[in-house]
Design a protein around this ligand. Sequence first.
Ligand SMILES: Cc1ncc(COP(=O)(O)O)c(C=O)c1O
Length: 298
Amino acid sequence: MIVYLNGEFLDAADARVSLFDGGYLYGDGLYETLRLYAGRPFDLEGHLHRLTRELGLLGYAWRPDPGSLRAIFQELARRNELGERDARARLTISRGGSPQQPLPVERVSELPATVSAWVEPIPAEIPRWQAEGIGVSIMKPPFARGNFPQLKTLNYLPALMALRFARAEGCEEAILTDRQGKLLEGVSSNLFVVRDGKLATPPSRLGLLAGRTRALVMEIAGAAGLVAQETGIERRDLLMAGEAFLSGSVKEIVPVVRAEGATIGDGRPGPVTRDLQARYGQAVRAALAAPASDPAAQ
Ligand SMILES: Cc1ncc(COP(=O)(O)O)c(C=O)c1O
């Protein structure tokens, strides 16, 4: 596998990051995951907009250049023979670390950031999940995503542990909750439920990553005449929902048909979810077919 690291394309086995890198020592870093459609990044500008804001909040001097990153992802897709297929792309930025001072606390913005990227095939199970739906486990509060849940930082341990528990229970995703028992999001996805013909998703103020796909789903739903609201969702709301689904850049829209072993709706992907999946696909195709000046097409 060929990866990108600090300006070079390398075999993954030859790509080395310093022992003093802040990402390794403290989880001091940010990342983005997006989907390439036949080698072309979708919504790259949107992802980089989020990343730029987060880099500013964490005091990083490095800023992404959309043109260079688009070229890097396309080159990675080509070199890894993924130019004709859909792929998962990851960009990671971490605090570069200093060989002179292993644990720098001050002037960290002066350290050159470590910038890495790679692309890999879409996980084989995703098309099946999209077609058949998945089961989720609802986790207890300690598994929520740390103190800065609105940021896509490298601190993923609680969520990763939640996912391992969910998998051990035979579920594909874990739903994270806050201390009041409100549902927040999946480990790498946002949650939606359909109730009385309306779409609801947990409010971002509760502390979650308001995903790019979530925003697009809300927009598409609104354009289709479906009421889409940010509303508190509790465990029983999910269990009693007519339909539920998860959204994320790589998995797009995945129906949730089981929670805690109970069936949601009739246990099959519902009509609203199916319709949104189709509309999402159309929106992606339209954006990728649009002239290069359309940011979502990049
Ligand atoms: C915790 C969390 N929530 C939501 C999402 C979905 O975000 P997006 O739609 O931007 O991919 C992700 C994506 O990885 C995530 O890690």
